[in-house]
Design a protein around this ligand. Structure first.
Ligand code: CA
Length: 229
């Protein structure tokens, strides 16, 4: 990495915070630890980091509150650290504007990959804000003409399929929940997760080379989908 990225690590448990700090330092990130919410907000305001790793269970403050507060003024990527059984917490964090989550216990490689991915997408999205297109390898989402191209050919998505792909592309690198997709694609109508899964299966047939190993849209089991790896 050419640039050393600044990471604020918000975690009250010393062992986990130190472990996170060590993994990140070994991977050339500049780590700024925060053992509580108050210190976290102060640090984030002071240094405007490239990314924030956030534990939701803090002694002085709800992690959700930090996400909400941050999203009033910044789109700095946030990755939430969550226990495996707390699925609803992940969904809530994503709905409030977190970008991704990592489940404990996690491996160093997965953590670093998710952080790099989130930083990369936040930079790319900033640069591409106004050109009306999202390009990922052989996939192009053309927001102006409302169509998706694969290898230069129109993928012939239906209206709803396009809406799903477009939503994921506009938020590339971010996990988008089933609930968020439902609200955006079908309005207020209550749609079952299985209906979204059927749509996704059809989308994959049209854009993925091998639907068993999708390379454009990744499934986050029980939560939703993410565009881009
Ligand atoms: Ca904690």
């Amino acid at each position: 990495m050419l640039k050393s990225y600044n990471v604020v690590v918000v975690e009250d448990e010393d062992i986990t915070r130190e472990l996170l700090g060590k993994i990140l330092t070994d991977n050339f990130f500049k780590v700024h630890p925060a053992p509580n919410g108050k210190k976290a907000i102060k640090l984030i305001n002071e240094i405007t980091p490239d990314i924030v790793i956030l534990d939701l269970g803090l002694p002085d403050m709800d992690g959700f509150k930090i996400i909400r507060e941050m999203r009033t003024w910044t789109q700095i990527p946030i990755i939430v650290v969550s226990a495996n059984h707390k699925e609803q917490d992940k969904v809530t964090a994503l709905e409030l504007g977190a970008d991704d989550y990592i489940t404990e216990p996690f491996g160093a490689a997965e953590l670093v990959a998710r952080i790099k991915n989130a930083i990369k997408h936040s930079v790319v999205l900033k640069e591409r804000k106004n050109d009306g297109k999202y390009v990922l390898r052989e996939l192009t989402v053309d927001f102006i003409n409302k169509r998706v191209l694969i290898n230069g050919f129109d993928a012939m998505l239906t209206k709803n399929e396009y809406r799903i792909v477009s939503l994921l592309a506009q938020n590339a690198g971010k996990v988008i929940t089933y609930e968020h997709i439902t609200k955006n694609v079908w309005g207020t109508e209550k749609i079952s997760d299985s209906r979204i899964r059927v749509n996704m299966a059809n989308i994959r047939k049209k854009i993925e080379e091998d639907t068993a190993f999708p390379e454009y849209i990744i499934t986050e089991p029980g939560i939703g989908y993410k565009m881009g790896i």
